[in-house]
Structure formats: C-alpha cells, structure tokens
Design a protein around this ligand. Sequence first.
Ligand code: PXP
Length: 242
Amino acid sequence: MPGLGVNIDHVATIRQARRAAEPDPVWAAVQAELGGADCITFHLRQDRRHINDRDARLLRQTCRTKLNMEMSTAGEIVAIALEIRPHQATLVPENRQELTTEGGLDVLANSKRVAEATKVLADAGVVVSAFIDPTAEQVAAAADIGCHAVELHTGRYANATAGAESDEALADLANAVQAARRAKLIVHGGHGLSYNNIAPVAAIEGFCEFNIGHSIVARAIFVGLAEAVREMKRLIDRSAKR
Ligand code: PXP
C-alpha cells in the first residue's frame, strides 16, 4: 500500500504571513503523524519563505516516522542537509519567483550538478530522490546518476481537464512508474494531488509514497490536521490495488 508523506510547508507559510511564532510546523508534524502520516516532508528553500533552519533542525529531532527534505542542489542547502541528515532528500528545481515548485528537475540537462549532490548525500546515508517529470528519459537519467528514488511530478495530471487530457497524463505516469521500477528505483509521486483527484493515481500500481501538502493543509483548517491526514490515507488505501 502506498504511504502518505505530508508536506507541512504551508503551516509555516501561515506563520510567516505575520512573522509570528504560530502555527508551528513542528507541532503540525506531530499532528500529521498522529493522523497516520508515513512521512513528513518539508522544503527548506533558499529564500526561507516558509520553513526555516530552526524548523528543519527540530523536525529532525522530533519526527518519529520518516523525514523527507525537499531541497535544491545549492551548496548552502546541501551543507545543511549533510548536517541534519534527513532520512530522505528530494532534489527539486528552485526558482525564486515561483509560487510553488513548477516543473520537475531536469536531471538530463543538469546531470553533473545533480550527480554531485546525490553522491555526497548518499555517502552520508541519505536516501536520494529526484523530483522529475514523468518521462522515460528523466527516469533513466536519475537512475544513471545514482538516485535511489524518483518522485514523479503529478502536476500535469492534476491540472488536466477530465477526459482525454487527464487520461493521457495518467498513462504517462503509469509508464514512468514502470520505467522507474525496471530501473530498480523507489517511486514516489506528488504535486497538485487532492481529495478529488488522488484515486486514479493511487490506483496505478508501483507507487511507494505520495507527497501531498496544499490540499491537506487546506482541509485541516476545517477538520484539523490529524483528521485531514486520516481522510487522505483512507482514500489512498481504498484506491490502491491490493
Ligand atoms: N512534491 C514536491 C517535490 C513538491 O515540491 C511539492 C510542493 O512543495 C509537493 C510534492 C506537494 O505539492 P502540493 O502542495 O501541491 O500537494
């Protein structure tokens, strides 16, 4: 059964709206775990727009499940990852102007830089995943440079209109999952997944974990974070092939 990684960045986004102490993303991680999260995900961005260094360090000390740090390959961020040693690092592209991570990491075009970051992290015992578009070329590039895992970008599926466009995006995801499995990579998925669109993706065989943030934090405003996580877990469990 695929696990659920809960991305808590947007709890910190609310805190930073007032440069205040609350809500604390570290508390959010505890609530998410109480709701059944299998992994806590955070993105320490170079501009520290939401999660900051204090959060990252405390999360490492308090997380009881698995800690997944989304990160760019910038030297400063790699150094922090080597100090904190999350269980997993997910390498993502980072652009200061973007509202959220937009496309996947182009591992093919940036293979030297990505390979260097992958090697130092892997040597430190961190599981390295690359957030990539769901194409055979990117899967092969991630495998070639020594990544342990890939996270397939589900954004095109999430933004597709129902019908042919959505079916095509799902087929691309299913093909990329197969390519990644053949390359012996662990397969995660994420971006834009919600209570409304998770079922068809969770039904694709071969995903190990989904990383979901915005939709869960948004629902948490109405039902609380632990319950929001429980509801998403139920949807994944119900849809996944047994
Ligand atoms: N996976 C990755 C690599 C991401 O960058 C993000 C956004 O931070 C997510 C998953 C979660 O996306 P969303 O907030 O749309 O669920």
